[in-house]
Design a protein around this ligand. Structure first.
Ligand code: FAD
Length: 419
């Protein structure tokens, strides 16, 4: 059991095969949501675009994720306020609303069939401390922007989900779910139709500058020359390119899916996307064919080990949702998130190479926005908006090796256990 529930749906993602060119106006590294959005925008403007994907389309997070398109960024607004000032936190909260609206509008205008549903998002507090914490986050957001978040009591929460351990929650009606792979398929088609070349099985090894105006992109078996290069590899580090190799911390996220629920059980879970209010939350939702998807992150530094990871997730699911004890788990998989040290997405340029990376688990809506933003930067020099243009923070203790995450995981586990 080591395959995603999406891989089983027979969605074909590969574009028609063509030969890799020797030259392009723009080479894009990575054919996930970000790379494909950027490719389409640039191809629409007449640029010759080559998107290079090391594996198959869908091998990255865009083909493996949980499918929740929610408001916000990974960084708490209180910490953004402290680090960059209240005006920055306000701008980020306002931009986040626009990013989500644009994302939904894009799917509707382009008629991408990806089961987009307004589900709402319910964060569940399992004790009074977590409920107080949720009330505090709501109060912080209330000071920044108008929002629809509502704190709900234990009793109201039970209208959404029968869960004994809960003592209340925070509900955000403005939240969505999609089928991530159908969305990816829609993007492949749009980028290809706009004229972008998309090439699978081409791993970029090195990007070198030759002269003032050209880059040489070296891959296994191919070398391309191009005026511009965009790195869209998110949680997969690109060695030698320091914003990726030193600025992104890959963290694995794990998911399981169960067999199809009975109608009664499915009705009891209902429509929302749920998450616990832990430092390392568990989250779950129903798919459109009524399977339960359940996910979490664990030791941040650990490499995936499917038998162990599945067991751990199943134990967590049974503890939180006792009715799942009778359900068969049919799929188990994991993928890499790309975290930044300030937990914001980043669009920028370093040594002449552009990048759009670092969504910290919020990449479904943000990758669309940042993919388009990096295309605007390349094509017209449009400066990205401040919340996505902060300098990528690097730390002396991080050069791609993730040992420092062990104590952090340990700390989160202790806090979550105690609560
Ligand atoms: C298990 C899981 C659950 C998630 N759940 C959610 C969620 O519910 N909501 C949400 O908003 N976000 C979620 N995310 C995050 C979201 O999926 C990502 O932020 C988003 O897909 C990033 O898209 P991307 O195109 O930037 O990167 P990716 O989709 O990772 O694409 C990068 C691509 O670059 C390719 N690549 C890397 N290096 C090279 C190279 N050297 N040469 C050529 N190609 C290369 C990779 O193979 C990959 O296909 C989740 C992620 C995971 C893993």
């Amino acid at each position: 059991m080591n395959a995603s529930v999406w891989a089983d749906q027979g969605v074909s993602l590969s574009p028609p095969r063509t030969a890799v060119p020797n030259e392009a106006d723009v080479v894009i590294i990575g054919a996930g949501y970000t790379g494909l959005h950027a490719a389409r925008e640039l191809a629409k403007r007449g640029r010759q675009v080559a998107v290079l994907e090391q594996g198959n389309i869908g091998d990255g997070a865009s083909g493996l994720n949980f499918g929740s398109a929610a408001l916000g960024v990974a960084a708490p607004y209180s910490s953004l306020s402290k680090r960059y000032g209240p005006a920055f936190a306000r701008a980020t909260a306002a931009l986040s609303t626009r990013v989500l609206d644009d994302f939904c509008q894009f799917i509707s205008v382009e008629q991408i069939k990806c089961d987009l549903q307004k589900t709402g998002h319910l964060t569940i507090a399992l004790n009074q401390r977590q409920l107080t914490q949720l009330a505090r986050s709501k109060a912080t957001l209330d000071e920044l922007v108008d929002n629809e978040l509502v704190l709900i009591s234990r009793q109201r929460l039970k209208e959404h989900l029968e869960i004994d351990s809960a003592c209340g929650g925070l509900f955000n009606p403005n939240s969505y779910a999609i089928n991530p792979v159908s969305y990816l398929q829609g993007l492949v088609k749009l980028a290809f139709r706009a004229g972008a070349g998309i090439f699978e099985g081409i791993k970029v090894q090195e990007v070198n500058r030759i002269g003032d105006k050209l880059f040489e992109v070296r891959c296994d078996g191919n070398t391309l020359r191009s005026r511009d290069v965009i790195v869209c590899t998110n949680g997969v580090l690109l060695p030698g390119f320091s914003p990726s190799a030193r600025g992104i911390v890959p963290i694995n996220s794990y998911l399981i899916a169960t067999e199809v629920l009975s109608e009664t059980a499915a009705r009891n879970v209902g429509k929302p996307v749920f998450a616990t209010a832990h430092l390392v939350p568990s989250y779950f939702r129903l798919t459109s064919d009524n399977r339960l998807l359940f996910g979490s992150r664990k030791n941040f530094a650990a490499e995936p080990l499917p038998s162990r990871d599945t067991k751990e997730l199943v134990v967590r699911m049974h503890a939180l949702l006792p009715f799942t004890r009778d359900l068969r788990v049919t799929h188990s998989w994991s993928g890499k998130l790309g975290f930044t040290f300030n937990r914001l997405p980043h669009v920028g340029v370093a040594d002449g190479i552009y990048y759009a990376i670092g969504y910290c688990g919020k990449g479904i809506p943000w990758s669309a926005f940042c993919g388009i933003a990096v295309a605007n930067l390349v094509a017209d020099g449009v400066t990205p908006e401040p919340p996505i243009a902060t300098p990528l923070i690097r730390r002396w203790f991080y050069n791609g090796s993730r040992g420092f995450l062990h104590p952090l995981s340990w700390y989160c586990r202790v806090v979550d256990r105690l609560s």
